[in-house]
Design a protein around this ligand. Structure first.
Ligand code: SAM
Length: 358
């Protein structure tokens, strides 16, 4: 379950055009009420809301569809081991896609840099968001897995999560938007030297403190002050956020803010995932509000849709009527048989409902 801060303001969460289209009164309601209203018939007539929910819906479907395909392709026996094909999940990716939309609405300039692709699950999902919002996605990885690790990093060993550049490109060709992506191959200490592209979102999934340090020392100056940093390994295995003294990727980020004389705020969003915002970061609460929208989007997924379509569409009923009209008189079903056909349809609906726990 996503974790969200208890109190936050919708003014610091929503895209700018929605803030503009909604009155101050509307924004001072409970987030659940506001989220429900956004899906109402009344709100569907507001273009900014319609645009935002359409983007989220498309990203939601893509993030889950790509995850399903990755899980289905996992090599047999690899489940639960480090070689399996994805290390992040759809909700984490939706936090990033959602934040990118908010940045876009405020016209925050810059590209996206992903550090840590492995087989490219997160890359595929983010590439769709970037393509939709016309941003370039830089993807930096050794494409040989983790660099040599220290003894006290027992869980991680050199070469973990290795996937070749060719296999990540193949995955992107099938499941993502290769046209939105530029690869940067090599270990960060070298490969990111001289990186000069402006960034609005830096996303780290690099596992190791030293790797995060190498990234930040080379690219932190490229981050737009209105932008944000997101990272995996935000917490330990017991869901406790890491402190600045622990040698984990978030502490490298905290230290970079501190050594640059900048304030920062940590936002734990779910399990190992969180964001670090500076004083000037735009919409740092975007992730706090998203779970309320995800609750609604989840109920619109394909399983409930299958049921809704069957129930709402007249197609099936009309087909029965046409069939009855076209049948020769003598073989037309009698009233009780018609009734049983309708009963059979209801039974089919019930079966779908039951199978999908609706
Ligand atoms: C956990 S995986 C990334 C998982 C991916 N984001 C996903 O959604 O499946 C970590 C990646 O970081 C890369 N990595 C870690 N440290 C690195 C370094 N110093 N230089 C280059 N790549 C590094 C590894 O090669 C590996 O592909």
């Amino acid at each position: 379950m996503p974790h969200y801060p208890r109190s936050f303001s919708l003014e610091q969460a929503l895209p700018r055009d929605i803030l503009h289209d909604c009155g101050a009164d509307q924004l001072h309601v409970h987030p659940v009420k506001f989220a429900n209203w956004m899906f109402s018939y009344e709100a569907s007539g507001i273009p900014s809301i319609c645009r935002y929910l359409s983007y989220l819906k498309i990203m939601h479907e893509l993030a889950y569809a790509i995850a399903e395909i990755y899980d289905w392709r996992s090599p047999p026996g690899s489940h639960g081991k480090k070689e399996h094909l994805r290390h992040t999940g759809p909700v984490e990716m939706l936090f990033l896609a959602n934040h990118l939309y908010a940045l876009d609405s405020f016209e925050v300039a810059g590209n996206v840099l992903e550090c840590g692709a492995s087989h490219g699950y997160s890359t595929c999902v983010l590439s769709h968001a970037c393509a939709q919002l016309k941003r370039k996605l830089f993807v930096a990885d050794s494409f040989e897995g983790l660099p040599p690790t220290r003894k006290d990093q027992g869980f991680f060993v050199q070469g973990d999560y290795a996937a070749s550049l060719e296999s990540v490109s193949d995955n992107l060709t099938t499941l993502g938007r290769l046209d939105a992506v530029d690869f940067i191959k090599g270990f960060y200490a070298d490969s990111l030297k001289g990186f000069r592209h402006p960034l609005c979102l830096l996303w780290l999934d690099v596992d190791l403190y030293e790797s995060a340090q190498d990234v930040l020392s080379n690219v932190f100056h490229c981050l737009n002050p209105a932008g944000i940093i997101a990272t995996h390994e935000f917490t330990d295995f017991h869901n406790h956020p890491y402190s600045i003294d622990e040698k984990c990727p978030p502490s490298a980020i905290f230290k970079m803010f501190e050594s640059s004389g900048l304030n920062y705020r940590t936002i734990h969003l779910m399990r190992y995932f969180g964001m670090i915002a500076g004083d000037n970061s735009i919409q740092p609460d975007s992730g706090a509000f998203l779970p309320f929208l995800l609750n609604k989007l989840d109920t619109m997924d394909h399983r409930s849709r299958q049921f809704q379509e069957l129930r709402q569409s007249n197609t099936v009923r009309t087909a029965f009527r046409i069939k009855n009209l076209l049948m020769p008189r003598q073989t037309r079903p009698s009233a009780p048989e018609e009734a049983s056909a309708v009963d059979a349809m209801s039974a089919a609906e019930l079966e779908i409902k039951k199978n999908n726990h609706l």
